[in-house]
Design a protein around this ligand. Structure first.
Ligand code: CMP
Length: 140
């Protein structure tokens, strides 16, 4: 399988509970390499753009409020089949449905406060990465 990149966010419920290191350990244990990382406070504009695809959903306002409520850690992860691999490591969106040992099973509080985001496809990953990182910030 080809080496690819995916985009990850450690969400405010994770940074608030000081889980950056614990989650990064799960990411690295799965064989993914963190090739870019920064801790930021998302603006409303950034969150609305990032989650634009969910604009018509009833939870959109709640989602933007949550993602701007505290610091997040944005990351680029690299590895073989990184998009699918990270989705496996994260577990299902709803933590009550997530498999044992996944980030969301271990740490997520609810479907909204679910600790991490990961891209759903390689094309989406490229767009999401470009929203938060310039090329020279990614060091593989
Ligand atoms: P994420 O992978 O970041 O992409 C969209 C997010 O919307 C998702 O994770 C969830 O955190 C959030 N989400 C999905 N469904 C709901 C819901 N029913 N209520 C609140 N937030 C939701």
């Amino acid at each position: 399988m080809a080496i690819e990149r995916t985009f990850s966010i450690l969400k405010p419920d994770a940074t608030e509970r000081n889980l950056t290191g614990a989650i990064n350990a799960l990411i690295e244990k799965a064989g993914l390499r963190i090739v870019a990382q920064k801790r930021i406070r998302m603006t409303r504009e950034q969150a609305e753009t990032f989650y634009g695809v969910h604009k018509a959903r009833p939870f959109f306002g709640e989602l933007v409020d949550f993602m701007t409520s505290g610091p997040v850690v944005v990351q680029v992860l690299e590895g073989e089949g990184a998009v699918l691999k990270y989705r496996d490591v994260m577990g299902a969106t709803d933590p009550s449905k997530a498999a044992d040992g996944t980030i969301r099973k271990l740490h997520a509080k609810s479907i909204g406060e679910n600790s991490v985001h990961g891209s759903d496809a390689a094309e989406t990953a490229a767009i999401e990465i470009a929203q938060f990182f310039s090329g020279n910030e990614i060091v593989g």
